[in-house]
Every structure is written in C-alpha cells, then in structure tokens.
Design a protein around this ligand. Structure first.
Ligand code: HEM
Length: 219
C-alpha cells in the first residue's frame, strides 16, 4: 500500500481518537480519584457504605478510559504493519482493560443499579455483556490465527470501546439541537430511554454492514 493510502486509512481512527481523548482522560482521572479519595462527598456514583461498588466503578472508569484511547489506535493500518509488536501488546492491554471495564460496570449495576432505573440498567447490562463477548471472540480468533474473524470481532469491540464516548456525544449534540428535550436529571425521559440502547446498537449494525461490504480484511 502507498504511504498516501496508509494515511487515508488512518484518518478515521485518528479523528475518533482526538474526539474521544478528553473523555478518556476524564474517565481515567475520575477513576484514579475514586480509588484514592473519598469521592462520595462530591459524586453520587460513590457511597459511604459501599466500598465494593466504589472499587468496581472506579476500576471500571480507569480501564474504560484506557480502552477509549487505545482501541482507535488498534485500527490504524500503519501501526499494525510497521510495529506488529505494538499491535499485539496494545491489543493485550485493550482486551484485559475491556474485560475489567465490562465486569466492573456489571458489578456496579448488580450492587447499586443505575440512576435511570431498570431500563437504563438493562441497556447498560447488555452493553457490558456484548463487550465481554467481543473480548472473548477477538482473543480466541487472534490465537487461532483466523484473521478474518479476529478482524470482525475486533471491529465490534472497537465500536463498543468508544460507545461510552458516543453516549456523551449524543447528549451534547441533543442539548445543542433541542436544549435537552425529553431528557431529565433522573434519566427517565423518552430521549434517555432510547439512548440506553442507541449509543451502541446502531453502530454495531453499521459494523455488520461494513463487514458484508468488505468481508476480507486488508492488511
Ligand atoms: C467503554 C468504555 C467506558 C468508559 C470510558 C466508561 C466510563 C464511565 C464513567 C466516566 C462513568 C461515570 C459517569 C460519568 O462521569 O459520566 C461511568 C458510569 C457507568 N458505566 Fe461506564 N464506561 C465504559 C464502559 C461501560 C460498560 C461496558 C458498562 C456496562 C457494564 C458501563 C456501565 C456503567 C454504569 C452502570 C455506570 C453508572 C451509571 C449511573 O448510574 O450513572 N460502562 N462509566
């Protein structure tokens, strides 16, 4: 592939990385503070009497932030081709962190539930379960050297890894467009109810479409 082609294919993932970067750093920072400070004074996500749930959500944020930043880099063809060792090692860190983020989020839902109640808990629990599945399949097919399936599952994992950022992006755009219509602080508005699935399912559907248009991975 020409150097120009390589740059063109890096543009999408790099753009996602630049957009998601501040949110990834925010998540890592808040998670680290959650692990070391008494955050229940300033954040409702932490409780005075709930050390296990506090630890789960704090670890969840640190690892979630890490995958938000690392996952787009895994899609940059030039990095994969020129530094395959980077792809392997960053890949290992990404899947390990994704698993901890998913398990931490699921543990938090089981222990404390979400602010928006059962509909939000259901949407986020499915999100966590899909992330766990994508991790297992991405690793399984990489180990089996089945590059086509590995790439398909890695694309699904990428979408899930940046979906938490997309969730916030949807809210920001909605606020600009409508001033926050059908959304409230308890996350029980019609927009909030749709959002609990809309930040990942449509993007997963787009990945399925892409896989059908381009079934063979380009190395
Ligand atoms: C993909 C990377 C992820 C990142 C960067 C991330 C980050 C965060 C952050 C920063 C918060 C705190 C709320 C805020 O400040 O906005 C949070 C809350 C939460 N996350 Fe994640 N998360 C990720 C993935 C997941 C997954 C896979 C699940 C599903 C198991 C999940 C479930 C939750 C839940 C249930 C909460 C608390 C919701 C509430 O009651 O407000 N997250 N996450």
């Amino acid at each position: 592939m020409t150097a120009r082609g390589e740059w063109a294919r890096a543009a999408g993932p790099v753009l996602v990385l630049l957009l998601a970067w501040p949110f990834g750093l925010y998540a890592v920072e808040l998670g680290l503070r959650g692990l070391t400070e008494r955050l229940w004074i300033e954040s409702r996500l932490f409780g005075r009497q709930t050390p296990v749930a506090n630890g789960a959500i704090a670890l969840h944020m640190v690892t979630g932030g890490i995958i938000t930043i690392l996952a787009p880099l895994q899609l940059v063809p030039a990095l994969r081709r020129r530094w395959p060792a980077w792809h392997r090692w960053a890949g290992r860190v990404t899947v390990a962190a994704a698993l901890v983020a998913a398990l931490g989020g699921l543990a938090y839902i089981a222990l404390r539930g979400t602010i928006g109640g059962p509909p939000m808990s259901a949407g986020f629990a499915l999100f966590g379960l899909l992330m766990g599945l994508a991790v297992v399949q991405t690793v399984r097919f990489a180990r089996a050297r089945d590059i086509r399936r590995h790439r398909n599952w890695a694309l699904r994992l990428f979408v899930l890894a940046v979906a938490s950022f997309l969730y916030r992006l949807h809210y920001a755009l909605w606020e600009i467009a409508t001033g926050g219509a059908a959304s409230n602080d308890a996350f029980t508005g019609a927009f909030d109810r749709v959002q609990v699935f809309a930040f990942y399912l449509p993007y997963l559907a787009l990945v399925e479409l892409w896989i059908r248009v381009r079934p063979e991975p380009r190395l």
